[in-house]
Design a protein around this ligand. Structure first.
Ligand code: NAD
Length: 322
């Protein structure tokens, strides 16, 4: 039966599905991300048949060389920008991900960041805890209503379209979007208006939420020039991948009032933050937890296990990355 290396403990549900099928699992005992040397060393230790990897593991030619017996890498994430896909294809290695399981949870987190920014919830919490609340004030911490405002979605795939649904049906927002593919079904369901360019979204939106994958073409999709196109009353939310925003430019924009604020879950060089970001009172920052609900993390573990099981039963894994 297959022997799998698991680079960090994931919810038991996925591990027990694999053990029940007779797989042998070696699960990293480190409660943290393996360093490069630790990862390579662990993979060289045994002729593993497959690897269950996380988005924090960089999987490239050197890793494939370290474990030449492994014919599948099952990534415990929907994004797979941490994996060298062309190199895997060249070697006939199968890569899988966990799409769908986290769509609603991430969309809810994006909505939470939008609300935290526009209602100034986190600033209010900080002020209250600091003992600086001196009584109700007519001009204290004024925010923005969402009803009637425009949400601009960059990347209307699974998560972006789910967020659009929450924004329209839950908060009476209008939706506009930019995507490399126009999506008539999405437009019909949400009344969303397609914009031919990113710039058109940025000009018209009161809240911009990013849901594109990290690709060469989406790195620094939001840069200083594009931040400057946004309304100075608008908010930027990112639950996709950090490098999609030029984080240094974001800090400058937040400081200068180029935009009103930002809600950020992912960072360009995470876990590090760009200098000054933590000091921006108009930013709400979460530590890459957009998919972190108990059922969703179980769902991701189930999908990763299903992909491995299907592969070793000689079937095409349901979430093979093409
Ligand atoms: P998806 O593939 O369903 O949607 C991505 C959309 O982006 C697609 O519609 C695609 O056409 C579009 N797109 C691709 N390139 C584009 C470009 N250059 N400009 C505009 N649109 C472009 O993916 P999804 O399930 O919605 O997930 C989106 C991303 O969210 C993932 O790739 C992942 O990186 C990120 N994510 C983050 C977390 C988190 O914990 N913060 C959790 C899950 C997913």
């Amino acid at each position: 039966m297959p022997t799998i290396y698991v680079t960090r403990r994931i919810p038991e549900l996925g591990l027990s599905m694999l053990r029940d099928k007779g797989f042998t699992l070696d699960v990293s005992e480190k409660d943290g991300v393996l360093t490069r040397d630790e990862l390579l060393g662990a993979l060289r230790a045994k002729p593993y048949d497959g690897v269950l990897s996380l988005l924090t593991d960089t999987i490239d030619a050197e890793v494939y060389d370290a474990v030449p017996t492994a014919k599948i890498f099952a990534n415990y994430a929907v994004g797979f920008n941490n994996i060298d896909i062309p190199e895997a294809k060249k070697r006939g290695i199968v890569i899988t991900n966990t799409p769908g399981a986290l769509t609603n949870t991430v969309a809810e987190h994006a909505m939470a960041l939008i609300l935290a920014c526009t209602t100034r919830t986190v600033e209010g919490d900080r002020l209250t805890r600091a003992g600086k609340y001196e009584g109700w004030g007519p001009m204290m911490l004024l925010g923005m209503d969402l009803a009637g405002k425009t949400l601009g979605v960059l990347g209307a795939g699974r998560i972006g379209s789910r967020l659009a649904h929450h924004a329209k049906d839950g908060f009476d927002m209008n939706v506009i979007y930019y995507d490399v593919k126009q999506n008539p079904d999405f437009e019909k369901a949400t009344g969303a208006r397609f914009c031919a360019t990113v710039e058109e979204v940025l000009r018209d939106a009161d809240v911009v939420s990013i849901h594109v994958p990290l690709l060469d073409s989406t790195k620094h999709l939001m840069n200083a020039e594009r931040l400057a196109i946004m309304k100075n009353t608008a908010y930027l939310v990112n639950t996709s991948r950090g490098p999609v925003i030029d984080e240094v430019a974001l800090v400058a924009a937040l400081r200068a009032g180029v935009i009103a604020g930002a809600g950020i879950d992912v960072y360009e060089h995470e876990p590090a933050l760009a200098p000054g970001l933590a000091q921006c009172a108009n930013a709400v920052l979460t530590p890459h937890i957009a998919s972190a609900s108990v059922p969703t993390r179980d769902g991701m573990a189930r999908l990763a296990a299903e992909n491995l099981i299907a592969f070793f039963e000689g079937k095409t894994p349901p979430n093979a990355v093409q």
